[in-house]
Design a protein around this ligand. Structure first.
Ligand code: F6P
Length: 343
């Protein structure tokens, strides 16, 4: 009889999860695997909510956003008795291995199940934030950033009509990759990232210069950028200890500051979860498909405690522990590249 493999998708969803599941299942069928999907991330494994996953479920979902298995930010290691329930359900459903698609948090849980409980786990890295170590890119990022680029270009049009400064707030939590790429790819005039101290004086002086010349000036801010002197309201934490950042608004505060400092009418827009929906880009479809297929191959080869990472142009099995040890934030050479274009 073929091996029985569990699937789950955890954490914030992103475009690419469906093609990753498809890649895993379709390659897994070649290995003779049977698949069971646990619903809504680790919660499905805790509660034993599962469904069979067949070729018909995945065949046509390569271009679909979201995840048909559902997702949640459940952390079984933070819930009384939940780890034991997960282990019991893996037994009950006769799982030989588990493929977990997620970011740092979901894969951190996977790493612990492997290390502390000898569960046969393989990871598939995803996150629109692109902040996972040990892989060059995570799927979801390209789509999210493409949407942000489109948004900023739209803001340029309306901003120029009204001779305004426009601020775009993008997601990305603790890392500024989305804001950084958006600023470079859509020719912004300034970017604010959590990795760098915000210099409001220098920014406003530059925006004034650009606005006088170009009749518009564009700023991208990461949702996690810290404005000097501004106190972020206390926010709820998820089970992984991350601020939920539900009250978006750094963009609004920034627009107020800019208008006050420059005397130029300024507006802000937040794209938030719009970045997480819709069809994945070509890049994300292919990366997700490759990661899913690689994960199935890793199960077949018994390469557990690892995730399917992109290194250069190759998919490689890398340690989950290494991938989840440290968040990948924006390094100084990238900041220098962005600064080159603020002229
Ligand atoms: O981690 C992905 C992400 O989209 C972050 O960029 C953002 O801060 C967070 O999730 C939002 O989470 P939620 O969907 O729970 O509001």
């Amino acid at each position: 009889m073929g091996k029985k493999i569990g699937l789950l998708t955890g954490g914030g969803d992103c475009p690419g999860l469906n093609p990753a599941l498809r890649g895993c299942v379709m390659r897994g069928l070649d290995h003779g695997f049977e698949f069971t999907g646990f619903l809504e991330g680790w919660r499905g494994l805790v509660e034993g909510h599962a469904q069979p996953v067949t070729l018909a479920d995945v065949k046509e979902i390569v271009g679909k956003g979201g995840t048909f298995l559902g997702s949640s930010r459940t952390n079984p290691f933070k819930m009384e008795g939940a780890v034991q329930k997960c282990l019991a359900n893996l037994k009950k459903f006769k799982m030989d291995a588990l493929v977990a698609c997620g970011g740092e948090d979901t894969l951190g849980v996977a790493a612990r199940f492997y290390k502390d409980h000898a569960v046969n786990v393989v990871g598939v890295p995803k996150t629109m934030d692109n902040d996972l170590s040990a892989t060059d890119y995570t799927f979801g990022f390209d789509t999210a950033t493409t949407i942000a680029v489109d948004a900023l270009e739209r803001l340029r049009d309306t901003g120029r009509s009204h001779r305004r400064i426009m601020v775009l707030e993008v997601m990305g939590r603790h890392a500024g990759w989305v804001a950084l790429y958006t600023s470079i790819a859509a020719a912004a005039d300034w970017v604010l990232l959590p990795e760098r101290k915000v210099d409001l004086k220098a920014m406003c002086a530059h925006l004034k210069k650009v606005h006088a010349r170009d009749q518009v000036a564009l700023v991208v801010t990461s949702e996690a950028a810290e404005l000097p002197g501004a106190k972020r309201e206390k926010e709820e934490l998820d089970q992984f200890g991350h601020m939920l950042l539900k009250k978006r608004g750094v963009g609004d505060s920034l627009a107020e500051v800019i208008e006050k400092e420059t005397g130029i009418e300024t507006r802000s827009a937040v794209i938030g979860h719009i970045q997480r929906g819709g069809p994945p880009t070509l890049f994300d479809r292919i990366l997700a498909t490759r990661a899913g297929a690689k994960a199935a191959d890793m199960v077949a080869a018994g390469e557990f405690g690892k995730m399917a990472a992109l290194r250069g142009d190759e998919m490689r099995a890398v340690s989950l522990e290494e991938a989840t040890a440290k968040l990948k934030t924006v390094p100084p050479d990238w900041l220098q590249l962005a600064d080159t274009f603020f002229k």
